[in-house]
Design a protein around this ligand. Structure first.
Ligand SMILES: C[S@@+](CC[C@H](N)C(=O)[O-])C[C@H]1O[C@@H](n2cnc3c(N)ncnc32)[C@H](O)[C@@H]1O
Length: 254
């Protein structure tokens, strides 16, 4: 039976890789690397570097494929169908990779950014491929250090306050308003700096970009003071590198 490992590789620091991840990587025959295009080739390069560092050369194969483009022009109402179409297109690719590139008794791995359980579709896509019934395989999931864990660690703070809930959401959702019933909100996938709508609130922000990498930037403080600084740093970094990944925690003061 074919075997697949979905391996969380951490948020950017090669030292985030767990011993469990390295052990499984060493017994993997084929690594599937999905390229998102030149802009994010840094992320693909990091995966390749991890393989070179931890696995004896010649003991594995790397199979590259191009990730389908997602329709990011779709408005709020169309957002879920757009994501659904994109997942199906990815499922077609994963199905072909597993069926054609992996022998019946071989093991393959997808190296997933951060933790595979958090805003990542690899698990859902593999379930879709299995449900189609065209190719059989077993799969397991190896947890990784998420960008959320990396963010709070670098700011030397906790994710929640004593006995209080915390919510993890997207920039798109935050743009609809500060979530009710929580005072600690982590925001990911925010291309439009939705925090700017909350500069009048009694809120502190803990922001991090390129966490765990040599380009890491951290800013924290009362949001009214920190927001202009973040906007400036973000624009400058985005211009320089061509892409940005940032995450932040908004914490309402008691
Ligand atoms: C598709 S999600 C993947 C999240 C990933 N599975 C994780 O556990 O962190 C991509 C989002 O994660 C966040 N992210 C991932 N890596 C990051 C990093 N090194 N620094 C800051 N944010 C990061 C950003 O909010 C980005 O928009």
């Amino acid at each position: 039976m074919r075997e697949i490992h979905v391996i969380g590789i951490g948020a950017g620091d090669p030292e985030h890789l767990t011993l469990q991840a390295v052990r499984l990587m060493r017994s993997t025959d084929v690594f599937f690397v999905l390229d998102k295009g030149e802009v994010k080739s840094d992320l693909t390069d990091l995966r390749r570097e991890m393989l070179r560092t931890h696995i004896p050369e010649g003991s594995y194969r790397v199979v590259e494929a191009r990730d389908p483009e997602r329709d990011r022009t779709a408005g709020s109402a169309a957002y879920s169908p757009a994501v659904g179409d994109w997942r199906s297109a990815r499922a077609d690719i994963y199905e072909r990779l597993i069926a054609e590139e992996l022998g019946e008794d071989e093991s393959g791995a997808f190296l997933v950014w951060g933790d595979p359980s958090l805003y990542d579709s690899t698990i859902a896509i593999l379930d879709e491929v299995l449900a189609r019934g065209n190719v059989a395989f077993a799969y397991d999931v190896v947890p990784g250090v998420s960008s959320v864990s990396a963010l709070v660690a670098r700011h030397r703070t906790g994710l929640n306050r004593v006995a209080r809930p915390v919510q993890i959401t997207t920039g798109r959702r935050l743009a609809e308003g500060f979530p009710e019933g929580v005072d600690d909100v982590v925001v990911m996938l925010d291309a439009h700096q939705a925090f700017r709508a909350h500069t009048d609130d009694d809120v502190d922000i803990y922001w991090g970009a390129y966490l765990g990498t040599p380009d890491e930037i951290l800013v924290s403080g009362p949001i009214a003071e920190a927001a202009p600084r973040i906007e400036e740093l973000r624009a400058e970094a985005r211009e320089r590198k061509g892409w940005i990944m940032d995450t932040y925690l908004l914490r309402r003061r008691p």
